[in-house]
Design a protein around this ligand. Structure first.
Ligand code: APR
Ligand code: PHB
Length: 389
């Protein structure tokens, strides 16, 4: 064996797994296809559940997160030209979210890995994984080989790990949504204390942030929309229209747009999440639409379960955690899939059918008037405890 755990992919899943295993004295090697520069600057989402913040804090990689992260105890649902606050922490036992860019988490985990002297190879793409033998071929044309007791496929949706599970052993569940998100990063101060999720007849919009002078805004567009068709001023105009309040008292702070892109919206689950010596974690096994801000947090939840299972396996030869890993994670994966689908269906312009729009409106009204319904949203949004799912 060249190592106990071969980890393919240095996204949040792979890096946190390496960090947790390193603390247990378990040998692992991380192989990442892209350069450090690319991985640390890939713009993604930025909402951390309570459980994600807790594991990063407990394991000593949250100094910058604690300094720069913005703790939010509520969100706003905006519809019919009015805003309605959902008091997340009051409704979910004091648990909160923290706004902190995913690439900042990745930077912190890479720094911790390199400081600990743990093997992390960039520009080392895995080309093939043998799930039975625990062998990863990587590098130019797969010229290198890593022999592992366990291979952790943390290589995202477009990686090679999932393909190493024989087709007849894998079941895939998926849903493509008939819209996408156009997202921008702008040098502008946040226009509100908390995130604003907006339902509007012209389509969904979201006001989020990264710091006191950088905001992140999203709006619903048609799938396959051409970003070139959206000069900055047109993007701002549409965001202002969708996020306006009936009393005219609100306007988004505008600023230089320094990053923009369009991301598809899909739900995807591959079952099982283990095959032989191969375990899948994060986007390699599941994708959620971004409306629930769950992608990163679900990857972290997988890795927390996996690290415990691997620790028992290598310390005591106890395979029970590995045997139940897939079933255990898939319970949470489907809870989070449901919540993300529910938020997406409630807040986006779907078919434009009038009956449907009335149903959405009734759902929104119920969520902001009923403590029971608001609590359901709150506890799922801040993240259910690992043990509770
Ligand atoms: N070999 C090595 N590394 C690979 C390969 C490969 N063949 N293919 C992909 N990778 C790397 C990618 O370059 C990326 O850095 O695997 C990493 C996967 O990271 P993510 O896509 O971030 O996936 P994950 O760690 O599961 O985190 C999930 O990321 O995409 C967001 O919204 C998603 O927030 C969620 C989070
Ligand atoms: C983000 O800040 O990028 C963000 C916030 C909430 C979401 C999705 C993305 O639901």
């Amino acid at each position: 064996m060249d190592t106990q755990v071969g980890i393919v992919g240095a996204g949040p899943a792979g890096l946190l797994l390496a960090h947790l295993l390193g603390r247990e004295g378990i040998d692992c090697v991380v192989l990442e296809a892209r350069s450090r520069e690319y991985v640390e600057h890939r713009v993604r989402a930025g909402v951390l559940e309570q459980g994600t913040v807790d594991v990063l804090t407990r394991t000593g990689v949250a100094d910058r997160l604690q300094r720069e992260g913005m703790v939010h105890r509520g969100i706003e649902l905006r519809f019919g030209g009015e805003g309605h606050r959902v008091a997340l922490s009051d409704l979910a036992g004091g648990r909160a979210i923290t706004v902190y860019g995913q690439q900042e988490v990745v930077k912190d985990l890479i720094a911790a890995r390199l400081d600990a002297g743990g093997p992390l190879e960039f520009e080392a793409p895995a080309t093939e994984i043998d799930a039975e033998r625990g062998v990863v071929r990587y590098g130019d044309g797969g010229s290198d080989e890593l022999r592992c007791a366990i291979v952790a496929g943390c290589d995202g949706f477009h990686g090679v790990a999932r393909a190493a599970v024989p087709a007849d052993a894998l079941t895939v569940y998926e849903r493509e949504y008939p819209f996408a998100w156009l997202g921008i990063l702008a040098r502008a101060a946040p226009s509100s204390e908390e995130l604003i999720y907006t339902h509007h007849e012209r389509g969904f919009a979201l006001h989020s942030m990264r710091s006191a002078d950088v905001t992140r805004n999203y709006r619903q567009v048609a799938p396959g929309e051409d970003i070139e068709a959206w000069p900055d001023e047109r993007i701002w105009e549409e965001l202002q229209t969708r996020m306006a309040l009936a009393d005219g008292s609100f306007a988004l702070n505008e600023g230089e747009v320094f990053e923009k892109g369009i991301a598809p919206m899909r739900s995807f689950v591959a079952e099982p999440m283990r095959h032989g010596r191969l375990v899948l974690a994060g986007d390699a096994a599941h994708i959620v639409p971004a409306t629930g801000a769950k992608g990163l947090n679900l990857a972290v939840a997988d890795v927390r379960v996996l690290a415990r299972a691997l620790s028992a396996y290598f310390a005591h030869g106890d395979e029970s955690g590995l045997d139940t890993y897939s079933e255990r994670c898939l319970r949470r994966v489907w809870r989070v899939q449901h919540f993300s689908w529910w938020m997406t269906a409630m807040l986006h312009r779907l078919t434009g059918d009038a009956f449907e729009a009335r149903l959405q409106r009734s759902q929104l009204d119920y969520v902001v008037r009923s403590r029971a319904a608001a609590t359901t949203l709150a506890e799922n949004y801040v993240g259910l405890e690992l043990e509770d799912v």
